[in-house]
Every structure is written in structure tokens, then in C-alpha cells.
Ligand binder design. Sequence first.
Ligand SMILES: [Zn+2]
Ligand SMILES: [Zn+2]
Length: 109
Amino acid sequence: MSCKICAEATVTEADRLVEVCASGYCHVECLKRWFKENCIIVEKEHLKSYHFPAFSCATCLKSVPFTVKTEEGSPINLTETPDPTTPHTLTLESLNSTRTIKMVYVLTG
Ligand SMILES: [Zn+2]
Ligand SMILES: [Zn+2]
């Protein structure tokens, strides 16, 4: 099995391959980088919004979930946004009805 994004099959302790659909695997770091590169950030005075588009498998068109699980079952968030516990900030997350687009709004006081 090789990564759908970088086509490499190399796996390290820190960068595993996760199954994203019946036909494919991706590196966790490749997915994180893809979401980071394709995230649209809109910054206004007290509001920063992050728009994460869907990453779809080219073969089956299935969208990769925003949180994947390792073989041991621990969840990994693929969309990196500022730490929601930062003081004086409020973070709101929303997904569209098909859970393929994620919006994160960070309000600062
Ligand atoms: Zn990769
Ligand atoms: Zn697929």
C-alpha cells in the first residue's frame, strides 16, 4: 500500500498510513499538509474563519473524514487550527450536512 497523496509507501512511527476509503491509504502528515494548503482563511477584526474543503478519493470519490483513527483507535485531527483553550477566544466548529466541508470560526475578544 502507498500513500494516495505522495505515492510513497514509507511509514515511520510519526507518520503512519491511514485507510481513507476501501481503496486507499494516505499518510497522516500528507493529509494534514493537504488540508493546511487548501484551507481558506478569512481574517476580520475579531473573527478568523477557516474553511476546510473536502479531500476526495480520486477513485471512489469518497471524502476523507476530518478526523481519522490510528490502528489502535486513537483519533487524529487532520485540520489544524489554533488551540481552542487560548484565553479570550471562542472557537466554533461546523460541518455541512454531508460532513465533507468543515468551518472553524475563532472569535477573539
Ligand atoms: Zn504521503
Ligand atoms: Zn477511494
